[in-house]
Design a protein around this ligand. Structure first.
Ligand code: F6R
Length: 233
């Protein structure tokens, strides 16, 4: 793993953007994208740039189960606001969390990933070490699946909703094997709340109890961290 220490999230967004530009200059066509607070500055850099995405494909990591696509907290809505409305892609894939048959939707999403191999995957990390919504205990060989969100994730994400009860309890997420299939990975982490997870991901033993430790198996991972998130490395 290449550890890149930055002063703050704005500098982290710029570093992430530099890596993206370089990968696109070298032919990257499919981006794996994340939501949440972490990539927001990165998306600002992308939106402010003159990079053209009209020939690019995006495949998002995850979506809440049960939220309409136009719900303010759906990840489809988030991606529109942060990136897609300003930078049109050829196609944007996100799992459909309103699918009637969620298992069939998970299979369908795996097919999409197989047909659109991810060149660069953007990741955040949960305070419990999750990547995508692969909570502790998820097998490293998992593909897209339906997830019961961990209590800690529901609490962490309650800040986006009116109260904790409003946070969906389930999500549909790419699996760990799906993420490891990306050619290159940029994981960003900011703040003290992420320090334990970052330390365990980089220096801890590889264990399904800490999903991000699976990234130790990948040979092109950039970890962009501010001082607080790097404080236990
Ligand atoms: C988001 C995702 C999650 C987040 C993680 C960190 O698509 O898959 O793994 O990256 O929960 O969330 P933030 O960035 O809000 O701290």
């Amino acid at each position: 793993m290449k550890i890149i220490k930055v002063a703050d999230q704005v500098e982290g967004g710029k570093k992430g953007f530099e890596i993206l530009s370089e990968k696109m200059a070298n032919g990257a066509k499919t981006l794996g994208l994340a939501t949440g607070s972490t990539p927001v500055e990165f998306y600002k850099q992308v939106v402010a740039s003159d990079l053209d995405f009209s020939d690019m494909t995006s495949v998002n990591l995850d979506e809440y189960v049960g939220l309409d696509a136009d719900h303010e907290q759906s990840y489809r809505h988030f991606m529109g606001e942060q990136l897609f409305n300003a930078k049109p892609f050829k196609v944007n894939y996100l799992p459909n969390g309103k699918a009637e048959d969620l298992q069939a939707e998970a299979k369908h999403y795996d097919q999409i990933i197989a047909e659109n191999p991810i060149d660069l995957q953007i990741l955040g990390i949960g305070s419990n070490g999750h990547i995508g919504f692969n909570e502790p205990g998820t097998p490293f060989d998992s593909t897209t699946h339906i997830v019961d969100l961990a209590e800690s994730t529901i609490k962490d994400n309650a800040r986006f909703f009116e109260n904790e009860e409003e946070v969906p309890k389930k999500a549909i997420s790419m699996g760990i094997a799906s993420i490891l299939g990306a050619k290159s990975i940029v994981l960003m982490a900011y703040g003290e709340n992420k320090a334990d997870a970052v330390a365990a991901m980089v220096n801890g033993e590889q264990t399904e109890d800490l999903p991000a430790s699976a990234l130790q198996n990948h040979d092109d991972v950039y970890v962009i961290v501010d001082e607080a998130a790097a404080s236990k490395l």
